[in-house]
Design a binder for this molecule. Structure first.
Ligand code: G4P
Length: 544
């Protein structure tokens, strides 16, 4: 290593540009909500914005979305299917904290964007339906958080209607996910009606009153101490007695709260509430934000980069093409990791060594774009990109590169055929662009790139989006033919053994755009058989 390089690294590590950067970093909370469709993510998001003062009446985000869909032809598909395909970043201030909520697509179908967004978050809120507990999508997203050892906070939603007994629910969650649940709030039912939450640390009950506007505005609340007669007066002695019993059971048998275990992702603080009626939302938000970590150091090619390092660094976790139909632009979303962002600053793309000027930065509230005059670690800014940036790119002042964003294994595969064979060139160009943007994973069977490419998708809707975009943005209408194989594994080992494995019936060997090899299987069982019987090969779920 040359001395200039050594000095550059040293300066990347030099701590402390001063109190402003440290203060701004410390007050950032950047998180995403993970849930299964219908658990109430849209509703909870809206209520967080309501309590964060970013909107004044809930219902407006949904309504605005609907209004926008009439005027915007961006993703006609969204309108046709009545869904949100894009994800955005919602920002609000709460109790002196600057909160960045990374919003992920809320539809039952989803794409790699959802996974990647988690890489840009510092913590996650796992939202559960009180009747259903951990569902499939939650599980998949949880796995990504767990792999990153991300703190996970749990909100049990829909407590306004009967659900699984809370103790049973938590024990199911613990068994399913293999981590500890430590309730911070506990639901209080008066005559079977959800009336409030008991806050275990503060040892008081917060009782809520419905406002009769279907939760559009904040719920009125009243705080009553657990000890004392006021609780009996409010709840009736039978309910108060039951609550006392539950509290002693929790205090005696539950896991004690352990801040270190929470930060390591081994214990999850749990909150109960109802996003619909707003009951329990504010106690959750308050406590969650006080416990959730601010941005931490990120691992890079040069060791950990501390967020308070004065030199700017960020990575691209999402690229969205054509957000504004009038301009046909591409927006790259940057998660800032260190230093201060100012418009017009010049940084270096680590992959290519190219300098880029970060012009026209924007932040988003829903679809509203807001010009940014500065941003700090933990923030996300969208910058206009002329096609130079890729998912995972590091942009920094100085010589630093964050490790790439993992590529998540597609669940579905389809061969793509141009509707007009003479437009194969347009199709290839479109596929290349979508693949660079991270909107598609493209594979070729048997390394023969002249054969029809195979598209991989994490969710089926992704195929519709790709087909739509290939046609409308690249002039390459196409037909997709699903392949009845899946369960992909990136495969490494001696080439003859790989070839032997690939020749077996019910399998297909494909290559990704980097030339790495995957095997597709006809069933989970067939995959399991390979894992058990082909020890000379390594089967990896994530790309090498
Ligand atoms: P998602 O984004 O996770 O898919 O869920 P979303 O918020 O759209 O909520 C899914 C359904 O669950 C909605 O009902 C919503 O009103 C309901 N819901 C959300 N939170 C609560 C809650 O705390 N309690 C109860 N009881 N229901 C809740 P919907 O009938 O599908 O739609 P809508 O007509 O109410 O919008």
């Amino acid at each position: 290593m040359g001395s200039a390089e050594g000095a550059a690294i040293e300066s990347m590590r030099t701590p402390g540009p001063g109190p402003i950067l440290e203060g701004e970093t410390r007050r950032r909370r950047t998180f995403a909500i993970i849930s299964h469709p219908d658990a109430g993510k849209t509703t909870l998001t809206e209520k967080l914005l309501l309590y964060g003062g970013a909107i004044h009446l809930a219902g407006t985000v949904k309504a605005r979305r609907a209004a926008r869909q009439v005027t915007s032809d961006w993703m006609e598909l969204e309108r046709e299917r009545g869904i949100s395909v894009t994800s955005s970043v919602l920002q609000f201030e709460y109790a002196g904290l600057r909160v960045n909520l990374l919003d992920t697509p809320g539809h039952e179908d989803f794409s790699e964007d959802t996974f990647r967004t988690l890489v840009a978050a510092d913590s996650a809120v796992m939202l559960l339906d009180n009747r259903k507990g951990v569902e499939e999508r939650t599980r998949q997203l949880f796995d990504v958080c767990r792999r990153r050892r991300m703190p996970i906070f749990t909100f049990v939603n829909k407590c306004d209607r009967a659900g699984t007994d809370p103790l049973q629910l938590l024990s199911d969650v613990e068994a399913e996910l293999g981590f500890q649940c430590a309730p911070v709030t506990w639901p209080v039912y008066r005559d079977g009606v959800f009336s409030g939450v008991y806050h275990r640390r503060l040892r008081h009950v917060i009782l809520f009153a419905r406002r009769g506007d279907h939760g559009a505005s904040r719920a009125d609340s009243e705080v009553v101490r657990l000890e004392g007669s006021a609780l009996d007066d409010e709840l009736g002695s039978a309910t108060a007695r039951r609550l006392h019993e539950e509290v002693s059971l929790l205090d005696g048998a539950g896991h004690p709260f352990d801040a270190a275990a929470v930060l390591a992702g081994d214990q999850s603080p749990v909150y109960f509430g109802s996003a619909l009626t707003n009951f329990g939302v504010e106690p959750f938000l308050e406590d969650y934000l006080s416990l959730a970590p601010p941005p931490a150091a990120r691992l890079s090619s040069r060791g950990p980069v501390d967020p308070t390092d004065p030199r700017f660094s960020a990575f691209v976790f999402k690229i969205q093409a054509n957000m504004d139909p009038r301009h046909r632009d591409r927006v790259a979303f940057l998660r800032i990791c260190s230093g201060r962002f100012v418009p017009g600053m010049e940084v270096r793309v680590a992959r290519s060594g190219r300098p880029v000027r970060l012009a026209a930065p924007q932040q988003f509230l829903g679809r509203e774009r807001v010009a940014v005059d500065e941003a700090w670690p933990g923030d996300v800014v969208g910058i206009l990109d002329r096609g130079h940036l890729r998912i995972g790119d590091t942009l920094a002042e100085g010589d630093v590169e964050f490790s790439g964003i993992p590529r998540f294994p597609p669940q579905h595969f389809a061969r793509v055929y141009p509707a007009d064979p003479l437009r194969r060139k347009q199709l290839d160009a479109g596929l290349r662009a979508l693949s660079e943007e991270g909107a598609a994973q493209v594979f070729f069977a048997d390394g023969d790139s002249s054969a029809m490419p195979i598209l991989g998708a994490v969710g089926l809707l992704q195929f519709d989006v790709m087909r739509f975009r290939l046609e409308h943005e690249y002039g390459a209408a196409c037909r997709l033919e699903r392949i009845g194989l899946g369960h992909p594994r990136w495969i490494t080992g001696p080439e003859p053994a790989i070839e032997r494995a690939a020749r077996q019936p019910g399998r297909l060997r494909v290559f990704d755009t980097r030339g790495d090899s995957l095997l597709l299987f006809e069933s989970e069982f067939a995959l399991q058989w390979a894992l058990d019987h082909e020890p000379e090969l390594t089967f990896a779920e994530l790309a090498p």
